[in-house]
Write a protein that binds this ligand. Structure first.
Ligand code: FAD
Length: 391
């Protein structure tokens, strides 16, 4: 006999993926299901700024905190500020997302909330079982987003890592019409290094010093680079701004990272499912798309194990790019610079969101230096074979 409390579904982790799944379950799910949402903290946290581009927006436009109609790109010999139509570049703050989502979800009588430390999950008598500091709970399925991807278990074990400073200046300093997608003109270290800038107003912006590489830096190194950049690019010394918030991130950039389920009762969601796009780290849109598919599968009475959101072709492109960044970083920088110089930004965004057809992809690849790709096809042949042999 089991003394565990019973639910239809347990959502383990109430971050971006957990809350979005709950939202889809309530709005579009099988109906009348008892759901437990468990997290170590059910308080809103202002620790992540999620940005994405989309022509369709996210399920609810009220979730968006800021939008830019243009993006800026800067390299050593190229500078462009480009319109994005049909896309918008959107920003969602994690604390406002949490507040808005939870206030919608708390209207549902079918959801229980539990603040607890989750220690483990398993299958037990063909049900999923969650072990927590507050007791044990059973369900048909657990949807978990608490276990990070094991980056170092992958051969291509890169990370997108950054520290961001949100600052307020004592004089107008920023162009509010465009966010800076990549300023690659900064000094390059290991991998690819760039500054990413979100300017909310003429006096408030986030500067994220970002690398695509294997090794993290000491905190002081990221921060020194931000400080120097503010001085060199904007003539802002430390007396002219206040740091009002800091943000830190380490996002996996790995080969063949998609892991939709731990077993047939424990389904991985969000970053834990390996949904960070390998070559960019963008996860937010893919999380929402895949969650919607999970809910559709539940509604159809099928096992809620989603398909890989990336086709084999795009998985292969990502592996080639990661291989080049890891093994030939100077060539990778040339590839990024050429990509932005020779292609329209909208075409690049369409390619990065995996919405292009093969002809458009050939056009982009044709514009880039070929040699590093030939070397990568040979060097990463085993990983490419795995990408093509998995569903
Ligand atoms: C700083 C930062 C900025 C990012 N910016 C972008 C962006 O601009 N665009 C984009 O597409 N992606 C971005 N990402 C990547 C990705 O979208 C985020 O990581 C996103 O938060 C992933 O959602 P998630 O629900 O999978 O994980 P999380 O949002 O991290 O949620 C996991 C939840 O699990 C809980 N938890 C963990 N362990 C336990 C435990 N043992 N017991 C109980 N609860 C536990 C945590 O409290 C947390 O609430 C960013 C990531 C970071 C870190």
């Amino acid at each position: 006999m089991s003394s565990a409390q019973s639910y239809d579904y347990i959502i383990a982790g109430a971050g971006c993926a957990g809350l979005s799944l709950a939202w889809f379950l309530v709005r579009e799910g099988p109906g009348n299901k008892k759901i437990l949402i468990a997290d170590q903290s059910l308080q809103a946290r202002d620790d992540k700024t999620w940005c994405f581009w989309s022509s369709r927006g996210i399920p609810d436009a009220n979730l968006i905190d800021h939008e830019w109609k243009k993006l800026e790109i800067r390299t050593d010999d190229h500078h462009a500020v480009s319109g994005l139509t049909p896309y918008g570049y959107y920003c969602v703050q994690s604390d406002s997302y949490h507040r808005k989502m939870t206030s919608l979800l708390r209207e549902s009588a079918n959801i229980d909330w539990l603040e607890c430390r989750i220690s483990d999950f398993e299958t037990h008598n063909n049900r999923a079982r969650l072990h927590t500091s507050e007791g044990t709970f059973d369900a048909d399925y657990i949807f978990q987003s608490i276990r990070p991807v094991d980056i170092d278990a992958h051969e291509l074990n890169l990370k997108q890592h950054f520290i961001g400073w949100e600052i307020r200046t004592n004089r107008p300093a920023f162009n509010t019409e465009a966010a800076c997608f990549m300023d690659l003109s900064v000094e390059q270290h290991e991998g690819i290094t760039f500054m990413y800038i979100l300017s909310y107003s003429e006096t408030r912006a986030i500067f994220e010093y970002t690398l695509f590489s294997e090794h993290l830096l000491a905190t002081e190194n990221y921060e020194t680079e931000i400080r120097n950049y503010l001085k060199d690019r904007f003539d802002l010394d430390e007396n002219s701004y206040t740091v009002i918030r800091k943000e830190r991130g380490v996002i996996p950039m790995v080969d063949n990272g998609f892991r939709p389920a731990a077993n047939d009762r424990v389904i991985n969601i969000g970053a834990s499912a390996g949904l960070a796009k390998a070559s960019t780290g963008y996860t937010f849109t893919r999380t929402h798309t895949v969650n919607r598919e999970i809910v559709q599968l539940l509604k159809e009475g099928k096992p809620p194990i989603p398909r890989n959101p990336s086709s084999k072709r795009f998985r292969a492109y990502d592996i080639l790019l990661l291989y080049i960044i890891k093994n030939y970083p100077a060539s990778a920088l040339k590839i990024f610079e050429t990509l932005f110089r020779k292609n329209r930004l909208v075409a690049i965004l369409k390619f990065l969101s995996e919405e292009t057809h093969f002809g458009e992809e050939i056009k982009i690849f044709w514009s880039l230096p070929h040699r590093p790709f030939f070397k990568a096809i040979f060097g990463a042949r085993k990983l490419l074979r795995t990408a093509f042999s998995t569903k």
